[in-house]
Design a protein around this ligand. Structure first.
Ligand code: OXD
Ligand code: MN
Length: 637
């Protein structure tokens, strides 16, 4: 627990002077209330544990006011008014209820180097090979350093501001697969975004009255930054303490650093809770696919950040008769039910998608989702009060870029930041699945793993069995993207697309995955896909996007055990003619599916080096066995 002082008696008395805040009150009352304070009655409406958390945190951060969010429209309106006044948001006149935020140019992405997991023992977090050193699989912080980091940053950090109390649910309120959090933040941008990305407000407080368990999330932006976007990039830190169900984040208002339900809760703490409770919290999209015969199946797919999860989740299939429906585009919580079926929910309520590259050609469904009720962050603005980003289509002659500067197509810098985002309610998606809020989750038939691999890696490979699939996940690599602070296009290991999101020792995570097959369970098939292979001229070999439905078709046929495959050293791939390429034009299938021996021997060495140097004795033996099998099979091919 954070060692905050208990709230001084007179704090509640002082803040009680502004008494307008009540759950479900009018817009006018809300406007006053956002600058007003929680009344003792309101604080009393919180469950004792939530109240204690709020009081402790208020005593530490010393906000001028405390506002308990009810999630109402009136509250949202008041937040928007306030943020416009503050210069945080600007209305985008061309659309309905759309807003533009420009961040401090130093606060534009997740900061993995400043993200830590705290535990008594370093080994709980860092695999054996990296104890006492920097680990590529998560940063460790000792409890005393954690306390010091909080003590250095939080006392008085909300002076002059309101502390918003956001009760939120990850997953549909009341679903047995859902979990509750309470985020305290001094950023109205975070409150507004959390209301899009999660379910917030009174209904969550109500659920907390039935079960008081929640994750404590404390967030403050700090007092540096540009007008309208307070932040403190020099002192940014994102801390997780799984043992206490606690997340603390300071200095950044941006996405994964500040919307604490997303990466911090749903993945880092989520993975720890999932292990404890015997389920999986994964960086995966979920889609429903209906084949021409009308049979519907769901798949989950893990790709690193900015590798096209949103595009796959909203795909318009080019294969006639296929239909894709979206359950989620980023995170899956999956648990075997009593019948042995793996069921998944999307714990989120919105899409926080990467804008650049999204267009009518690449993702028409996203384009028909995002121009209502959306917050755009760091995109470019048109003269008409619309938005633009690289990859959307022809650039208008004049724009205002993400930094607020005049921009023309001749400008040398991008108009939109490469990690600029849209934050949009999921239920606006025209292909949102009818079961997307199902309390028991959707049944998963297959799991796809993938990344950006310009060379050597075939379009699709089926794992021989679950263990082999876990090895595929453990050895995933991908070109880096703009979603975090890495620069350049280096191929990085990104096991299960979870490298930045593990909440505990990766070796233990693998053991947890290996423990999934149990009597009576129907194990989904696992596949590795790569839409990004290039030829010697640097051109993509596969058209991707809607044509990925051709790969999904093969995947589903394999789920039906159709014998449409041949064995290779990497696993099963379609035989010639098995993949439906009708009407696709010329595709160099030989190169697309080739398994270059030298490349794969080097790849096996690189995987072995990674396992040894990053995981060491915590790596389950099964992974070494699989690596050996790969080497042998490639050598003898
Ligand atoms: C995201 C990410 O924002 O993975 O989804 O970075
Ligand atoms: Mn993601």
């Amino acid at each position: 627990m954070l060692h905050f002082n208990t709230i001084p008696e007179d704090y509640v008395k002082k803040t009680a002077q502004c008494a307008q805040l009540a759950l479900g009150c009018s817009r006018a009352a809300h406007q006053t209330a956002l600058r007003g304070a929680a009344t003792p009655a309101q604080l009393a409406s919180l469950t004792p544990k939530v109240r204690a958390f709020v009081e402790r945190s208020a005593a530490l951060c010393q906000p001028d006011h405390v506002h308990v969010c009810d999630g109402s429209e009136a509250e949202a309106d008041a937040l928007l008014q306030f943020m416009q006044k503050q210069g945080t948001l600007k209305s985008l006149k061309q659309y309905d209820n759309c807003w533009l935020a420009r961040t401090d140019p130093a606060d534009v992405a997740r900061v993995e180097s400043r993200t830590f997991i705290c535990s008594e023992n370093e080994r709980d977090v860092v695999p054996a090979a990296r104890i006492g050193q920097k680990s590529a699989l998560g940063n460790y912080i000792a409890p005393s350093d954690y306390e010091n980091a909080v003590a250095d940053r939080f006392p008085g950090c909300m002076k002059g501001r309101t502390m918003y109390v956001i009760p939120f649910s990850m997953g549909p309120v009341g679903s047995p697969l859902s979990k509750i959090g309470v985020e305290l933040t001094d950023s109205p941008y975070v409150v507004y975004s959390m209301r899009v990305m999660t379910r917030i407000g009174s209904k969550v407080l109500e659920a907390l009255r039935q079960d008081e368990t929640f994750v404590k999330c404390l967030h403050a932006v700090g007092h540096a930054g540009v007008p309208g976007w307070p932040c403190d990039p020099q002192r940014t830190i994102i801390l997780h303490k799984p043992a206490d169900d606690e997340i603390v984040s300071f200095g950044s208002g941006y996405g994964g650093n500040s919307l604490l339900g997303k990466k911090c809760f749903a993945l880092r703490l989520g993975s720890v809770i999932a292990r404890r409770e015997g389920w999986l919290a994964e960086h995966m999209l979920i889609v429903g696919i209906t084949n021409p015969q009308g049979r519907k199946r769901y798949i989950a797919a893990a790709f690193p950040s900015a590798c096209g999860k949103t595009n796959l989740a909203m795909m318009t299939p080019t294969l006639p008769g296929y239909k894709v429906e979206c359950v989620g585009d980023d995170i899956a919580w999956m648990k075997f039910d009593k019948n042995g079926v793996l069921r998944a929910i999307n714990p989120e309520n919105g899409f926080f998608g990467v804008a650049p590259g999204t267009s009518e050609a690449t993702n028409p469904i996203a384009m028909s989702t995002i121009f209502r009720n959306t917050v755009f962050t760091n995109v470019a603005e048109t003269e008409e009060g619309g938005v633009w980003w690289e990859g959307m289509g022809r650039a208008p002659a004049k724009l205002t870029d993400w930094k607020g500067q005049a921009w023309t197509p001749e400008s040398k810098t991008p108009a939109a930041h490469p990690n600029s985002r849209f934050c949009t309610p999921a239920d606006q998606c025209p292909i949102i699945d009818s079961e997307w809020e199902s309390a028991e989750g959707v049944p998963i038939s297959a799991i796809l793993l993938g990344g950006r691999r310009p060379a050597g890696v075939p379009l699709v490979v089926e794992a021989r069995d679950w263990k082999h699939g876990v090895f595929m996940g453990a050895s995933m690599r991908s070109e880096s993207t703009a979603a975090a602070e890495h620069s350049g296009k280096v191929v990085m290991n990104d096991p299960f697309a979870m490298r930045p999101f593990f909440g505990y020792n990766f070796g233990e995570y693998l053991k947890h995955w290996l423990s999934m097959p149990q009597a009576g369970r129907k194990m989904p098939k696992i596949f590795h896909v790569n839409w990004f292979r290039k030829n010697d001229e640097g051109k993509f070999l596969w058209p991707g996007f809607g044509d990925n439905s051709r790969v999904l078709d093969w995947v589903l046929r394999r789920c039906d055990n159709e014998p449409c495959y041949t064995e290779t050293p990497l696993g099963y791939v379609p035989r010639e003619g098995d993949l439906n390429t009708q009407d696709l034009g010329p595709i160099d299938m030989n190169t697309l599916f080739s398994i270059p021996k030298d490349f794969w021997l080097q790849e096996a060495d690189a995987i072995g080096k990674y396992f040894k140097e990053e995981v060491g004795s915590d790596l389950p033996k099964e992974m070494w066995d699989e690596l050996e099998t790969l080497r042998k099979k490639v050598k003898s091919s």
